[in-house]
Each structure stands twice: as structure tokens, then as C-alpha cells.
Design a protein around this ligand. Structure first.
Ligand code: G3P
Length: 212
């Protein structure tokens, strides 16, 4: 399973860049940073070898396609994030024909994911955390999308997004989701366990006692 970092923060990306498979950003994450969008995107793309998702803000097809073409010029690894909906699906179809990779975002139903794949999206991002926040079952959606894509042999890859905690990552991996994108706090936690720390502490204490 590939692990993407869901952030636009350069310090967070720098700390994990050698291990990351990619980065996803969105307008809210970019707005937290004090840099012009294109400049920030260019720096992120230099730090990370894998795909870097950058979202359009236009709501109409022409505007989305225009913004996508401009963002795609920033670096070879830019992926254009397009919000789900009728204009978004049309924009994805146009961009796919031009060879511009896309990530359809804000996906909350299996049929939205079906349309994204039919239009030729490279990635689709179901937001599991926002579904769970409303007492839904985000992972059930992921399972449904994976099943549909398997049934029809779609190449579109599922990015499990809006991840809230480590358990989301475990569940995504158990479902065989190809990619998960998680905030820094969650990705950082994937390396740790209190019993690992305690084990290291005990091993070293025993070692030093024996040496003493
Ligand atoms: O990748 C999508 C993600 O950025 C949304 O996460 O935490 O705002 O629901 P969140």
C-alpha cells in the first residue's frame, strides 16, 4: 500500500520525504501556508518523487480545465485534484484526453466513484473520516468502490482520504486499498508503539547492567 502525506506544509514533507509515496493537498491545507500556491506546489514537487495532488478552485468545466493546464505545467509529478460533480467529471474526461492525471476528490458514494472512473480519472478520493464523522461507514464505501473497480477492470486507483486515525490505515490495508493519504500526525504514529519504546528501553538497561 502506498502512503501519501495529506499536507501542504514543507517542514512535514521534508521530515518524511524519503519514505513518502506522494502528497495530497487541498485549498484548506494550502491556505494555512504563507506562500503563493504555485511557488509552494513547485517546492513540494521538488521534495517528493511521487505524485502531488493540487486542487482547482473553479467550479465550471472551462475554468477547471484552464486551471488544471496551468497547474500541470508546474512539475511533471503534479496530479490535478478535481471536485466530484457533473462539471468535475466532464473536466476529468477532457484532461484524461490530454494526458493530464487527475484525482477526483470529495467522493462520498460508490456511483460518484463509478463516474470518476468512467471519465478516466487516475485517482479517486473517498473521504472516510467525514463519513464516519456523521455516523456513516467510510470503509464500507471504500470496499464498495474497490469491488466496482474490480468488477469492470477500471485502472483508477483508490486513495483512502480524510483519514482520522491509525485504525483507518489498518482497515484500508486490510481491504487492499492501493493508497492511503493521511495527515502528518497519523503518518508519524504509524512508526510507533509504546511497547516498542519500552522494549528498547529494557533491552538497553539489561545490556548496560551486563556490561557493568
Ligand atoms: O485528502 C482529503 C483530506 O484533505 C480531507 O481531510 O480531515 O479535512 O476531512 P479532512
Amino acid at each position: 500500500m502506498k502512503i501519501f502525506l495529506d499536507t501542504a506544509n514543507l517542514d512535514e514533507i521534508k521530515e518524511l520525504a524519503d519514505l513518502l509515496d506522494g502528497v495530497t493537498t487541498n485549498p484548506s491545507l494550502v491556505a494555512r501556508e504563507e506562500k503563493p500556491f504555485r511557488e509552494l506546489l513547485s517546492e513540494i514537487c521538488r521534495l517528493v518523487l511521487g505524485p502531488v495532488s493540487a486542487e482547482v478552485t473553479a467550479l465550471d468545466v472551462e475554468g477547471m480545465v484552464r486551471q488544471a493546464r496551468e497547474l500541470a505545467k508546474v512539475a511533471d509529478n503534479v496530479v490535478i485534484k478535481i471536485p466530484m460533480g457533473l462539471p468535475g467529471v466532464r473536466a476529468v474526461k477532457r484532461l484524461a484526453a490530454e494526458g493530464i492525471p487527475t484525482n477526483v476528490t470529495l467522493v462520498f458514494s460508490p456511483v460518484q466513484a463509478l463516474w470518476a472512473a468512467k471519465a478516466g480519472a487516475t485517482y479517486v478520493s473517498p473521504f472516510v473520516g467525514r463519513i464516519d464523522d456523521r455516523a456513516g461507514d467510510g470503509m464500507e464505501l471504500v470496499a464498495q468502490i474497490l469491488g466496482i473497480y474490480e468488477n469492470y477492470g477500471f485502472d483508477t486507483q483508490v486513495i483512502v482520504a480524510s483519514v482520522r486515525h491509525v485504525r483507518h490505515v489498518v482497515e484500508a490495508a486490510l481491504l487492499g486499498a492501493p493508497i492511503v493519504t493521511a495527515p502528518y500526525r497519523v503518518v508519524r504514529q504509524l512508526f510507533d508503539h509504546p511497547l516498542t519504546d519500552l522494549g528498547i528501553e529494557r533491552f538497553l538497561a539489561d545490556w548496560e547492567r551486563a556490561a557493568g
